[in-house]
Design a protein around this ligand. Structure first.
Ligand code: ZN
Length: 586
Protein backbone atom coordinates (compact mmCIF):
# COMPACT_ATOMS: atom_id res chain seq x y z
CA UNK A 1 0.00 0.00 0.00
CA UNK A 2 1.48 3.33 -1.05
CA UNK A 3 1.79 6.16 1.46
CA UNK A 4 -0.91 8.87 1.20
CA UNK A 5 1.57 11.32 -0.28
CA UNK A 6 2.82 8.88 -2.86
CA UNK A 7 -0.78 7.85 -3.60
CA UNK A 8 -1.74 11.48 -4.22
CA UNK A 9 1.22 11.84 -6.59
CA UNK A 10 0.28 8.68 -8.44
CA UNK A 11 -3.31 9.91 -8.75
CA UNK A 12 -2.10 13.20 -10.19
CA UNK A 13 0.22 11.49 -12.66
CA UNK A 14 -2.47 9.13 -13.79
CA UNK A 15 -4.95 11.96 -14.24
CA UNK A 16 -2.39 13.98 -16.18
CA UNK A 17 -1.80 11.03 -18.48
CA UNK A 18 -5.53 10.53 -19.00
CA UNK A 19 -6.15 14.24 -19.52
CA UNK A 20 -3.78 14.28 -22.45
CA UNK A 21 -6.14 11.78 -24.12
CA UNK A 22 -9.17 14.08 -23.82
CA UNK A 23 -12.65 12.57 -23.66
CA UNK A 24 -11.42 9.23 -25.04
CA UNK A 25 -9.97 8.68 -21.55
CA UNK A 26 -13.41 8.67 -19.93
CA UNK A 27 -14.33 4.98 -20.44
CA UNK A 28 -11.00 3.85 -18.95
CA UNK A 29 -11.39 6.33 -16.09
CA UNK A 30 -14.81 4.85 -15.29
CA UNK A 31 -13.40 1.29 -15.30
CA UNK A 32 -10.48 2.31 -13.08
CA UNK A 33 -12.39 4.43 -10.61
CA UNK A 34 -15.94 3.18 -10.23
CA UNK A 35 -17.44 -0.12 -9.25
CA UNK A 36 -20.10 -2.44 -10.60
CA UNK A 37 -23.52 -1.03 -9.60
CA UNK A 38 -24.91 -4.35 -8.33
CA UNK A 39 -21.70 -5.75 -6.90
CA UNK A 40 -19.27 -3.14 -5.53
CA UNK A 41 -16.57 -5.79 -5.03
CA UNK A 42 -16.16 -5.85 -8.83
CA UNK A 43 -14.88 -3.04 -11.04
CA UNK A 44 -17.17 -1.32 -13.51
CA UNK A 45 -17.49 -3.11 -16.82
CA UNK A 46 -18.99 -2.13 -20.14
CA UNK A 47 -19.86 -5.77 -20.87
CA UNK A 48 -23.25 -5.93 -22.66
CA UNK A 49 -23.31 -2.09 -22.62
CA UNK A 50 -20.51 -1.53 -25.12
CA UNK A 51 -22.64 1.05 -26.94
CA UNK A 52 -21.87 3.44 -24.05
CA UNK A 53 -18.18 3.70 -24.96
CA UNK A 54 -18.88 5.47 -28.25
CA UNK A 55 -21.03 8.08 -26.53
CA UNK A 56 -18.50 8.76 -23.77
CA UNK A 57 -15.58 9.11 -26.17
CA UNK A 58 -17.32 11.58 -28.44
CA UNK A 59 -15.43 14.81 -28.33
CA UNK A 60 -18.17 17.33 -29.13
CA UNK A 61 -19.20 20.42 -27.23
CA UNK A 62 -22.89 19.50 -27.36
CA UNK A 63 -24.14 15.93 -27.12
CA UNK A 64 -27.68 14.67 -26.71
CA UNK A 65 -28.81 11.13 -26.01
CA UNK A 66 -32.32 9.73 -26.37
CA UNK A 67 -32.55 6.89 -23.91
CA UNK A 68 -34.81 3.92 -23.47
CA UNK A 69 -35.33 2.32 -20.07
CA UNK A 70 -33.26 -0.79 -19.21
CA UNK A 71 -30.20 0.45 -21.06
CA UNK A 72 -28.07 1.42 -18.05
CA UNK A 73 -28.13 5.07 -18.91
CA UNK A 74 -28.68 6.53 -15.45
CA UNK A 75 -25.68 4.59 -14.12
CA UNK A 76 -23.71 6.06 -16.98
CA UNK A 77 -24.70 9.72 -16.62
CA UNK A 78 -23.53 9.79 -12.98
CA UNK A 79 -20.18 8.25 -13.87
CA UNK A 80 -19.73 10.64 -16.78
CA UNK A 81 -20.28 13.59 -14.43
CA UNK A 82 -17.73 12.27 -11.90
CA UNK A 83 -15.20 11.49 -14.63
CA UNK A 84 -15.48 15.02 -16.01
CA UNK A 85 -15.03 16.57 -12.56
CA UNK A 86 -12.01 14.38 -11.89
CA UNK A 87 -10.35 14.73 -15.30
CA UNK A 88 -10.95 18.45 -15.82
CA UNK A 89 -9.31 19.85 -12.71
CA UNK A 90 -10.36 23.20 -11.22
CA UNK A 91 -13.64 23.24 -13.13
CA UNK A 92 -17.28 23.63 -12.26
CA UNK A 93 -19.94 21.30 -13.58
CA UNK A 94 -23.68 21.24 -13.07
CA UNK A 95 -25.92 18.20 -13.01
CA UNK A 96 -29.45 19.30 -13.82
CA UNK A 97 -32.60 17.27 -13.12
CA UNK A 98 -36.30 18.10 -13.49
CA UNK A 99 -36.84 19.28 -9.91
CA UNK A 100 -34.79 20.06 -6.84
CA UNK A 101 -36.56 17.35 -4.81
CA UNK A 102 -35.72 14.81 -7.49
CA UNK A 103 -32.15 16.12 -7.57
CA UNK A 104 -31.64 15.67 -3.81
CA UNK A 105 -32.95 12.13 -3.94
CA UNK A 106 -30.81 11.36 -6.97
CA UNK A 107 -27.64 12.46 -5.15
CA UNK A 108 -28.37 10.17 -2.19
CA UNK A 109 -29.54 7.17 -4.24
CA UNK A 110 -27.34 7.37 -7.30
CA UNK A 111 -24.30 9.58 -6.77
CA UNK A 112 -23.17 8.96 -3.19
CA UNK A 113 -22.97 5.15 -3.58
CA UNK A 114 -20.72 5.54 -6.65
CA UNK A 115 -18.36 7.85 -4.75
CA UNK A 116 -18.36 5.74 -1.58
CA UNK A 117 -17.45 2.57 -3.43
CA UNK A 118 -14.56 4.26 -5.25
CA UNK A 119 -11.26 4.57 -3.34
CA UNK A 120 -10.00 7.40 -5.54
CA UNK A 121 -13.21 9.44 -5.45
CA UNK A 122 -13.50 8.93 -1.69
CA UNK A 123 -9.98 10.28 -1.29
CA UNK A 124 -10.63 13.25 -3.55
CA UNK A 125 -14.02 14.16 -2.10
CA UNK A 126 -13.91 17.17 0.19
CA UNK A 127 -15.40 16.44 3.62
CA UNK A 128 -16.52 20.04 4.03
CA UNK A 129 -18.10 20.51 0.61
CA UNK A 130 -20.21 17.39 0.31
CA UNK A 131 -23.98 17.63 0.41
CA UNK A 132 -26.90 17.01 -1.87
CA UNK A 133 -26.42 20.31 -3.71
CA UNK A 134 -22.68 20.64 -4.10
CA UNK A 135 -19.66 18.40 -3.95
CA UNK A 136 -15.97 19.17 -4.33
CA UNK A 137 -13.92 16.45 -5.98
CA UNK A 138 -10.20 17.24 -6.01
CA UNK A 139 -10.46 20.91 -6.87
CA UNK A 140 -13.50 20.71 -9.11
CA UNK A 141 -17.06 21.41 -8.04
CA UNK A 142 -20.26 19.63 -9.02
CA UNK A 143 -23.55 21.42 -8.43
CA UNK A 144 -26.80 19.45 -8.43
CA UNK A 145 -29.92 21.42 -9.29
CA UNK A 146 -33.53 21.18 -10.39
CA UNK A 147 -34.87 22.87 -13.53
CA UNK A 148 -38.43 23.50 -12.55
CA UNK A 149 -38.76 27.10 -11.44
CA UNK A 150 -36.99 30.20 -12.60
CA UNK A 151 -34.25 31.08 -10.17
CA UNK A 152 -33.11 27.47 -9.80
CA UNK A 153 -30.30 27.96 -12.29
CA UNK A 154 -27.32 28.47 -9.98
CA UNK A 155 -25.64 31.68 -11.00
CA UNK A 156 -22.01 30.67 -11.22
CA UNK A 157 -20.08 30.11 -14.43
CA UNK A 158 -19.59 26.46 -15.37
CA UNK A 159 -17.38 24.48 -17.72
CA UNK A 160 -20.01 21.89 -18.34
CA UNK A 161 -23.56 20.68 -17.87
CA UNK A 162 -25.09 17.26 -17.66
CA UNK A 163 -28.83 17.55 -18.10
CA UNK A 164 -30.89 14.53 -17.20
CA UNK A 165 -34.51 13.91 -18.28
CA UNK A 166 -34.67 17.19 -20.19
CA UNK A 167 -38.20 16.49 -21.47
CA UNK A 168 -39.47 16.70 -17.90
CA UNK A 169 -37.62 19.95 -17.13
CA UNK A 170 -38.94 23.43 -17.69
CA UNK A 171 -37.39 24.31 -21.04
CA UNK A 172 -37.07 27.98 -20.15
CA UNK A 173 -35.18 27.17 -16.94
CA UNK A 174 -32.84 24.95 -18.97
CA UNK A 175 -32.09 27.95 -21.16
CA UNK A 176 -30.84 29.88 -18.15
CA UNK A 177 -28.47 27.01 -17.31
CA UNK A 178 -26.89 27.31 -20.77
CA UNK A 179 -26.06 30.93 -20.04
CA UNK A 180 -23.67 29.70 -17.30
CA UNK A 181 -21.36 28.55 -20.08
CA UNK A 182 -20.79 31.90 -21.69
CA UNK A 183 -17.43 32.46 -19.95
CA UNK A 184 -15.93 29.49 -21.81
CA UNK A 185 -13.89 29.85 -24.97
CA UNK A 186 -15.66 28.55 -28.10
CA UNK A 187 -15.44 24.77 -28.18
CA UNK A 188 -14.49 24.48 -24.51
CA UNK A 189 -17.87 23.73 -22.96
CA UNK A 190 -18.98 20.16 -22.32
CA UNK A 191 -22.74 19.69 -22.47
CA UNK A 192 -24.45 16.31 -22.43
CA UNK A 193 -28.23 16.00 -22.38
CA UNK A 194 -30.02 12.73 -21.66
CA UNK A 195 -33.72 12.06 -21.72
CA UNK A 196 -36.55 9.70 -22.27
CA UNK A 197 -38.30 11.16 -25.32
CA UNK A 198 -41.89 12.39 -25.21
CA UNK A 199 -43.35 14.21 -28.21
CA UNK A 200 -41.62 14.49 -31.62
CA UNK A 201 -39.94 17.84 -32.08
CA UNK A 202 -39.90 18.61 -28.37
CA UNK A 203 -37.05 18.49 -25.85
CA UNK A 204 -34.58 15.67 -26.50
CA UNK A 205 -36.29 14.82 -29.79
CA UNK A 206 -35.72 18.40 -30.99
CA UNK A 207 -32.07 18.21 -29.87
CA UNK A 208 -31.70 14.87 -31.63
CA UNK A 209 -32.99 16.28 -34.89
CA UNK A 210 -30.60 19.23 -34.64
CA UNK A 211 -27.67 16.83 -34.15
CA UNK A 212 -25.88 14.11 -36.06
CA UNK A 213 -28.51 11.42 -35.29
CA UNK A 214 -26.33 8.48 -34.40
CA UNK A 215 -27.72 4.95 -34.43
CA UNK A 216 -26.00 1.79 -33.15
CA UNK A 217 -26.05 -0.23 -36.33
CA UNK A 218 -25.85 -4.01 -36.63
CA UNK A 219 -23.74 -5.98 -39.10
CA UNK A 220 -26.06 -8.81 -40.08
CA UNK A 221 -23.89 -11.89 -40.47
CA UNK A 222 -26.46 -13.66 -42.69
CA UNK A 223 -26.58 -11.04 -45.45
CA UNK A 224 -23.36 -9.13 -44.77
CA UNK A 225 -25.07 -5.74 -44.51
CA UNK A 226 -24.94 -2.99 -41.92
CA UNK A 227 -28.54 -2.28 -40.91
CA UNK A 228 -30.49 -0.10 -38.48
CA UNK A 229 -32.94 -2.03 -36.33
CA UNK A 230 -35.91 -0.27 -34.83
CA UNK A 231 -37.86 -1.82 -31.94
CA UNK A 232 -41.26 -0.68 -33.29
CA UNK A 233 -40.67 -1.76 -36.89
CA UNK A 234 -38.28 -4.68 -36.75
CA UNK A 235 -39.35 -6.77 -33.77
CA UNK A 236 -41.55 -9.43 -35.33
CA UNK A 237 -44.20 -10.97 -33.10
CA UNK A 238 -45.62 -14.15 -34.67
CA UNK A 239 -49.39 -13.80 -34.84
CA UNK A 240 -49.36 -9.96 -34.83
CA UNK A 241 -51.25 -8.65 -37.85
CA UNK A 242 -50.13 -5.04 -38.04
CA UNK A 243 -47.05 -3.55 -39.70
CA UNK A 244 -45.63 -2.08 -36.52
CA UNK A 245 -46.01 -2.66 -32.80
CA UNK A 246 -47.36 0.84 -32.25
CA UNK A 247 -50.74 -0.51 -31.11
CA UNK A 248 -49.38 -3.38 -29.04
CA UNK A 249 -50.85 -3.09 -25.52
CA UNK A 250 -50.93 -4.82 -22.16
CA UNK A 251 -54.10 -6.67 -23.15
CA UNK A 252 -52.24 -8.33 -26.04
CA UNK A 253 -49.98 -10.13 -23.54
CA UNK A 254 -52.91 -12.44 -22.78
CA UNK A 255 -53.77 -13.10 -26.43
CA UNK A 256 -53.09 -16.84 -27.00
CA UNK A 257 -52.64 -16.31 -30.76
CA UNK A 258 -49.55 -14.16 -30.16
CA UNK A 259 -46.36 -16.12 -29.61
CA UNK A 260 -44.28 -13.78 -27.47
CA UNK A 261 -41.61 -16.38 -26.77
CA UNK A 262 -40.97 -16.62 -30.52
CA UNK A 263 -40.57 -12.88 -31.11
CA UNK A 264 -37.41 -11.98 -33.02
CA UNK A 265 -35.62 -9.10 -34.70
CA UNK A 266 -35.97 -9.11 -38.45
CA UNK A 267 -33.26 -7.72 -40.72
CA UNK A 268 -34.73 -4.78 -42.66
CA UNK A 269 -32.44 -5.69 -45.59
CA UNK A 270 -32.81 -9.47 -46.10
CA UNK A 271 -35.91 -9.97 -43.91
CA UNK A 272 -34.31 -12.93 -42.15
CA UNK A 273 -34.01 -13.08 -38.36
CA UNK A 274 -30.97 -11.48 -36.73
CA UNK A 275 -29.85 -13.81 -33.97
CA UNK A 276 -29.49 -12.73 -30.37
CA UNK A 277 -25.77 -13.51 -30.45
CA UNK A 278 -25.34 -11.40 -33.59
CA UNK A 279 -27.15 -8.45 -31.95
CA UNK A 280 -25.17 -8.68 -28.73
CA UNK A 281 -21.72 -9.07 -30.33
CA UNK A 282 -19.98 -5.67 -29.96
CA UNK A 283 -17.73 -6.46 -32.95
CA UNK A 284 -20.87 -6.50 -35.09
CA UNK A 285 -22.26 -3.23 -33.76
CA UNK A 286 -21.13 0.34 -34.47
CA UNK A 287 -22.33 3.89 -34.03
CA UNK A 288 -23.11 5.48 -37.38
CA UNK A 289 -24.38 9.02 -37.71
CA UNK A 290 -26.96 10.04 -40.30
CA UNK A 291 -25.40 13.51 -40.44
CA UNK A 292 -21.75 13.02 -39.48
CA UNK A 293 -20.83 16.59 -40.43
CA UNK A 294 -23.15 18.16 -37.88
CA UNK A 295 -21.26 19.81 -35.03
CA UNK A 296 -23.72 18.68 -32.36
CA UNK A 297 -23.67 14.94 -31.84
CA UNK A 298 -26.87 13.09 -31.04
CA UNK A 299 -27.51 9.45 -30.22
CA UNK A 300 -30.58 7.25 -30.01
CA UNK A 301 -30.20 4.38 -27.54
CA UNK A 302 -32.72 1.61 -28.19
CA UNK A 303 -33.45 -1.34 -25.89
CA UNK A 304 -32.03 -3.49 -28.73
CA UNK A 305 -28.64 -1.87 -28.14
CA UNK A 306 -28.39 -3.89 -24.93
CA UNK A 307 -29.46 -7.06 -26.71
CA UNK A 308 -27.87 -9.49 -24.25
CA UNK A 309 -30.28 -8.25 -21.60
CA UNK A 310 -33.27 -7.02 -23.60
CA UNK A 311 -34.61 -9.88 -25.69
CA UNK A 312 -37.52 -9.07 -28.03
CA UNK A 313 -39.82 -11.04 -25.72
CA UNK A 314 -38.69 -9.10 -22.67
CA UNK A 315 -39.12 -5.76 -24.47
CA UNK A 316 -42.70 -6.73 -25.33
CA UNK A 317 -43.52 -8.03 -21.86
CA UNK A 318 -42.31 -4.74 -20.36
CA UNK A 319 -45.52 -3.14 -21.64
CA UNK A 320 -47.03 -4.50 -18.42
CA UNK A 321 -44.98 -2.04 -16.35
CA UNK A 322 -46.58 1.04 -17.86
CA UNK A 323 -50.01 2.39 -17.08
CA UNK A 324 -50.33 4.41 -20.23
CA UNK A 325 -49.58 2.89 -23.61
CA UNK A 326 -47.64 5.96 -24.70
CA UNK A 327 -45.32 5.51 -21.69
CA UNK A 328 -44.26 2.11 -23.00
CA UNK A 329 -43.37 3.68 -26.35
CA UNK A 330 -41.55 6.62 -24.72
CA UNK A 331 -39.82 4.84 -21.84
CA UNK A 332 -39.79 1.18 -22.87
CA UNK A 333 -38.74 1.72 -26.48
CA UNK A 334 -37.19 5.20 -26.24
CA UNK A 335 -39.34 6.51 -29.09
CA UNK A 336 -41.00 9.89 -29.29
CA UNK A 337 -44.65 9.51 -30.11
CA UNK A 338 -47.32 11.85 -31.34
CA UNK A 339 -51.00 11.19 -30.96
CA UNK A 340 -54.19 13.17 -30.98
CA UNK A 341 -53.97 13.63 -27.23
CA UNK A 342 -50.52 15.15 -26.98
CA UNK A 343 -50.33 17.16 -30.22
CA UNK A 344 -52.40 19.07 -32.71
CA UNK A 345 -52.26 16.78 -35.73
CA UNK A 346 -51.33 18.86 -38.76
CA UNK A 347 -53.14 16.64 -41.28
CA UNK A 348 -56.38 16.85 -39.28
CA UNK A 349 -56.20 20.64 -39.13
CA UNK A 350 -55.35 20.97 -42.82
CA UNK A 351 -58.30 18.78 -43.72
CA UNK A 352 -60.70 20.99 -41.82
CA UNK A 353 -59.96 24.17 -43.79
CA UNK A 354 -63.50 24.17 -45.18
CA UNK A 355 -65.13 27.23 -43.60
CA UNK A 356 -65.91 30.32 -45.63
CA UNK A 357 -63.95 33.50 -45.04
CA UNK A 358 -66.23 36.39 -44.09
CA UNK A 359 -64.50 39.74 -44.44
CA UNK A 360 -65.20 42.46 -41.89
CA UNK A 361 -67.46 45.30 -42.95
CA UNK A 362 -71.04 44.59 -43.80
CA UNK A 363 -70.74 40.90 -43.00
CA UNK A 364 -74.30 40.53 -41.82
CA UNK A 365 -73.08 37.97 -39.29
CA UNK A 366 -74.85 37.86 -35.96
CA UNK A 367 -73.70 35.83 -32.98
CA UNK A 368 -69.98 35.96 -33.71
CA UNK A 369 -67.56 34.66 -31.12
CA UNK A 370 -64.19 36.32 -30.87
CA UNK A 371 -60.91 35.43 -29.22
CA UNK A 372 -57.77 37.50 -29.18
CA UNK A 373 -54.36 37.19 -27.61
CA UNK A 374 -52.52 40.37 -26.66
CA UNK A 375 -49.00 41.34 -27.65
CA UNK A 376 -47.13 43.99 -29.61
CA UNK A 377 -49.03 42.37 -32.43
CA UNK A 378 -52.27 40.78 -31.29
CA UNK A 379 -53.95 37.90 -33.08
CA UNK A 380 -57.69 37.70 -33.43
CA UNK A 381 -60.05 34.97 -34.61
CA UNK A 382 -63.78 35.22 -35.28
CA UNK A 383 -65.93 32.12 -35.18
CA UNK A 384 -69.58 31.21 -35.55
CA UNK A 385 -71.16 28.06 -34.24
CA UNK A 386 -72.75 25.75 -36.81
CA UNK A 387 -74.23 22.84 -34.86
CA UNK A 388 -71.36 20.74 -33.63
CA UNK A 389 -68.87 22.72 -35.70
CA UNK A 390 -67.08 25.92 -34.89
CA UNK A 391 -66.41 27.78 -38.11
CA UNK A 392 -63.54 30.23 -38.00
CA UNK A 393 -64.58 32.90 -40.50
CA UNK A 394 -61.99 35.59 -39.95
CA UNK A 395 -58.39 35.94 -38.72
CA UNK A 396 -56.14 38.94 -38.44
CA UNK A 397 -53.12 40.44 -36.73
CA UNK A 398 -53.64 43.78 -35.05
CA UNK A 399 -50.77 46.12 -34.36
CA UNK A 400 -51.09 48.36 -31.34
CA UNK A 401 -50.25 52.01 -31.93
CA UNK A 402 -50.16 55.24 -29.95
CA UNK A 403 -53.81 55.99 -30.59
CA UNK A 404 -55.35 52.78 -29.26
CA UNK A 405 -55.68 50.84 -32.50
CA UNK A 406 -56.02 47.54 -30.63
CA UNK A 407 -59.14 48.40 -28.63
CA UNK A 408 -60.78 50.28 -31.49
CA UNK A 409 -60.25 47.31 -33.87
CA UNK A 410 -61.60 44.91 -31.24
CA UNK A 411 -64.72 47.04 -30.87
CA UNK A 412 -65.19 47.33 -34.62
CA UNK A 413 -64.98 43.55 -35.02
CA UNK A 414 -67.49 43.04 -32.21
CA UNK A 415 -69.92 45.31 -34.06
CA UNK A 416 -69.23 43.89 -37.49
CA UNK A 417 -69.69 40.26 -36.46
CA UNK A 418 -72.57 40.90 -34.05
CA UNK A 419 -70.42 39.38 -31.32
CA UNK A 420 -72.18 37.65 -28.46
CA UNK A 421 -69.00 37.03 -26.57
CA UNK A 422 -65.45 38.15 -26.96
CA UNK A 423 -62.65 36.85 -24.74
CA UNK A 424 -59.23 38.45 -24.73
CA UNK A 425 -55.95 37.71 -23.01
CA UNK A 426 -55.81 39.42 -19.58
CA UNK A 427 -52.03 39.60 -19.68
CA UNK A 428 -49.45 40.96 -20.20
CA UNK A 429 -51.20 44.32 -20.05
CA UNK A 430 -54.65 44.45 -18.53
CA UNK A 431 -55.37 48.06 -19.56
CA UNK A 432 -56.57 47.28 -23.11
CA UNK A 433 -58.86 44.42 -22.01
CA UNK A 434 -60.22 46.62 -19.24
CA UNK A 435 -60.96 49.41 -21.67
CA UNK A 436 -62.73 46.95 -23.97
CA UNK A 437 -64.83 45.60 -21.09
CA UNK A 438 -65.78 49.08 -19.95
CA UNK A 439 -66.72 50.29 -23.39
CA UNK A 440 -68.68 47.19 -24.43
CA UNK A 441 -72.19 46.01 -23.78
CA UNK A 442 -72.16 44.44 -20.34
CA UNK A 443 -71.50 40.71 -20.40
CA UNK A 444 -70.06 40.60 -23.88
CA UNK A 445 -66.34 41.26 -23.44
CA UNK A 446 -64.26 39.27 -21.02
CA UNK A 447 -60.61 39.07 -20.05
CA UNK A 448 -59.08 35.67 -19.37
CA UNK A 449 -56.02 34.52 -17.49
CA UNK A 450 -54.79 30.96 -17.12
CA UNK A 451 -54.44 29.02 -13.90
CA UNK A 452 -52.51 25.81 -13.31
CA UNK A 453 -53.52 24.05 -10.13
CA UNK A 454 -55.38 20.81 -9.70
CA UNK A 455 -57.38 19.12 -12.40
CA UNK A 456 -59.78 17.82 -9.77
CA UNK A 457 -62.19 20.69 -10.23
CA UNK A 458 -65.79 20.84 -11.20
CA UNK A 459 -65.37 23.49 -13.84
CA UNK A 460 -62.56 24.64 -16.09
CA UNK A 461 -63.64 28.24 -15.73
CA UNK A 462 -63.65 30.45 -12.70
CA UNK A 463 -65.90 33.34 -13.63
CA UNK A 464 -65.77 36.67 -11.90
CA UNK A 465 -68.88 38.31 -13.28
CA UNK A 466 -68.51 41.70 -11.72
CA UNK A 467 -65.09 42.31 -13.24
CA UNK A 468 -65.86 40.17 -16.31
CA UNK A 469 -62.68 38.26 -15.73
CA UNK A 470 -62.27 34.52 -16.24
CA UNK A 471 -59.67 32.24 -14.76
CA UNK A 472 -59.31 29.21 -17.05
CA UNK A 473 -57.65 25.97 -16.01
CA UNK A 474 -55.01 25.86 -18.72
CA UNK A 475 -54.31 22.16 -19.21
CA UNK A 476 -57.88 21.01 -19.25
CA UNK A 477 -59.13 23.83 -21.52
CA UNK A 478 -56.33 23.14 -24.00
CA UNK A 479 -57.03 19.38 -23.83
CA UNK A 480 -60.58 20.09 -24.96
CA UNK A 481 -59.64 22.53 -27.70
CA UNK A 482 -57.05 20.10 -29.09
CA UNK A 483 -59.57 17.27 -29.03
CA UNK A 484 -62.00 19.35 -31.08
CA UNK A 485 -59.27 20.44 -33.51
CA UNK A 486 -58.04 16.87 -34.07
CA UNK A 487 -61.65 15.69 -34.36
CA UNK A 488 -62.28 18.12 -37.23
CA UNK A 489 -64.91 20.05 -35.24
CA UNK A 490 -63.14 23.37 -35.67
CA UNK A 491 -63.21 24.41 -39.32
CA UNK A 492 -60.67 26.91 -40.61
CA UNK A 493 -61.25 29.60 -43.25
CA UNK A 494 -60.43 28.11 -46.63
CA UNK A 495 -58.17 30.30 -48.74
CA UNK A 496 -57.67 32.90 -46.03
CA UNK A 497 -54.22 34.49 -46.39
CA UNK A 498 -53.50 33.80 -42.71
CA UNK A 499 -54.33 30.08 -43.01
CA UNK A 500 -50.70 28.81 -43.24
CA UNK A 501 -49.76 30.91 -40.20
CA UNK A 502 -52.81 29.68 -38.29
CA UNK A 503 -51.87 26.06 -38.97
CA UNK A 504 -48.27 26.73 -37.98
CA UNK A 505 -49.34 28.35 -34.70
CA UNK A 506 -51.78 25.53 -33.93
CA UNK A 507 -49.20 22.79 -34.41
CA UNK A 508 -46.65 24.23 -31.97
CA UNK A 509 -48.44 22.88 -28.93
CA UNK A 510 -47.27 19.65 -27.29
CA UNK A 511 -48.62 17.99 -24.16
CA UNK A 512 -45.66 17.05 -21.98
CA UNK A 513 -45.09 15.98 -18.39
CA UNK A 514 -43.58 17.99 -15.60
CA UNK A 515 -42.32 16.58 -12.37
CA UNK A 516 -43.87 18.07 -9.28
CA UNK A 517 -41.47 18.72 -6.43
CA UNK A 518 -44.20 18.65 -3.83
CA UNK A 519 -45.94 15.44 -4.83
CA UNK A 520 -43.20 13.74 -6.84
CA UNK A 521 -45.81 12.98 -9.49
CA UNK A 522 -45.75 14.08 -13.06
CA UNK A 523 -48.37 16.52 -14.20
CA UNK A 524 -49.44 17.24 -17.73
CA UNK A 525 -48.60 20.58 -19.23
CA UNK A 526 -49.03 22.05 -22.71
CA UNK A 527 -45.71 23.43 -23.89
CA UNK A 528 -45.00 25.24 -27.11
CA UNK A 529 -42.20 24.37 -29.54
CA UNK A 530 -41.73 28.07 -30.25
CA UNK A 531 -43.24 31.44 -29.40
CA UNK A 532 -45.20 31.33 -32.68
CA UNK A 533 -48.41 30.11 -31.09
CA UNK A 534 -50.58 33.27 -31.01
CA UNK A 535 -53.46 32.06 -33.17
CA UNK A 536 -53.67 28.93 -31.03
CA UNK A 537 -54.31 31.01 -27.94
CA UNK A 538 -56.72 33.25 -29.86
CA UNK A 539 -58.62 30.01 -30.59
CA UNK A 540 -58.54 28.97 -26.92
CA UNK A 541 -60.06 32.36 -25.99
CA UNK A 542 -62.62 31.99 -28.76
CA UNK A 543 -63.65 28.55 -27.46
CA UNK A 544 -63.99 30.02 -23.97
CA UNK A 545 -66.25 32.69 -25.51
CA UNK A 546 -68.24 29.83 -27.02
CA UNK A 547 -68.50 28.18 -23.60
CA UNK A 548 -69.82 31.40 -22.14
CA UNK A 549 -72.31 31.89 -24.96
CA UNK A 550 -73.66 28.36 -24.86
CA UNK A 551 -74.16 28.62 -21.17
CA UNK A 552 -71.72 26.19 -19.71
CA UNK A 553 -71.68 27.98 -16.40
CA UNK A 554 -71.96 31.39 -17.95
CA UNK A 555 -74.14 33.98 -16.33
CA UNK A 556 -75.22 37.42 -17.37
CA UNK A 557 -76.82 40.15 -15.38
CA UNK A 558 -80.14 41.44 -16.61
CA UNK A 559 -80.92 45.07 -15.97
CA UNK A 560 -84.74 45.06 -15.67
CA UNK A 561 -85.06 44.39 -11.97
CA UNK A 562 -82.47 46.85 -10.86
CA UNK A 563 -80.75 44.18 -8.83
CA UNK A 564 -78.49 41.71 -10.59
CA UNK A 565 -80.42 38.61 -11.54
CA UNK A 566 -78.42 35.65 -12.69
CA UNK A 567 -79.73 33.89 -15.73
CA UNK A 568 -78.15 30.95 -17.40
CA UNK A 569 -77.37 31.91 -20.95
CA UNK A 570 -78.64 29.26 -23.31
CA UNK A 571 -80.10 28.80 -26.73
CA UNK A 572 -82.64 31.55 -26.12
CA UNK A 573 -79.95 34.17 -25.98
CA UNK A 574 -80.82 35.52 -29.41
CA UNK A 575 -84.28 36.55 -28.25
CA UNK A 576 -82.81 38.40 -25.34
CA UNK A 577 -80.25 40.40 -27.22
CA UNK A 578 -82.03 43.63 -26.63
CA UNK A 579 -81.98 43.04 -22.91
CA UNK A 580 -78.29 43.67 -22.67
CA UNK A 581 -77.46 47.03 -21.34
CA UNK A 582 -74.48 49.19 -21.87
CA UNK A 583 -72.52 49.85 -18.76
CA UNK A 584 -72.33 53.64 -18.29
CA UNK A 585 -68.84 54.95 -18.76
CA UNK A 586 -66.98 56.47 -15.82
ZN1 ZN B 1 -29.87 -9.20 -43.34
Amino acid sequence: MASPLLQARLDRMRVAALQSLGRSAIPQWIIDNTRHPNDPTKPWSFLHHEYQIGILETDAEYISVIKAAQTGMSELSVRLMLALASLYRSSRFMYVLPSSGFSRKFVVDRVDPVIESSPQLSRELSKEVNNSEIKRIANSFIYFAGAQKTGQAISVPAKGLVMDEVDFCSQSVLTSFYSRLQHNMPGESIVTRFSTPTVPGYGISQLHEAGSQGVYMVWHEKCGQWVVVDPLQDIILPGWQEDTLENFTKADLDDPTLRLEAAFVQCPHCHKPISQSNLSDPKKRAWVHHYPDKVEKSFYVSPLDVAAINTPEKILRNVRNYNRHIDWINFGLGKAFQDAENSVVKQAVEKSATAITVYPGKSGVQGGLIGSDVGKTSHLLVGVRDGKYMDIIWAERIRQDGSGNLVSTWKERMDEYGAWKMVVDAGPDISSPQQLIEESVYGRAWACYFTRGSSRRLSDLDIKEEEQIIGAYRTSIIDKVVKQLNGGLIRLPKGHPELPTIIKHFTQMKRVSRLSDTTGETTAHWASLSKENHYFFALVYLMIADDLATGQGAVVALPDTGAIRKVQVGGAIQDRQNDFWSRPLG
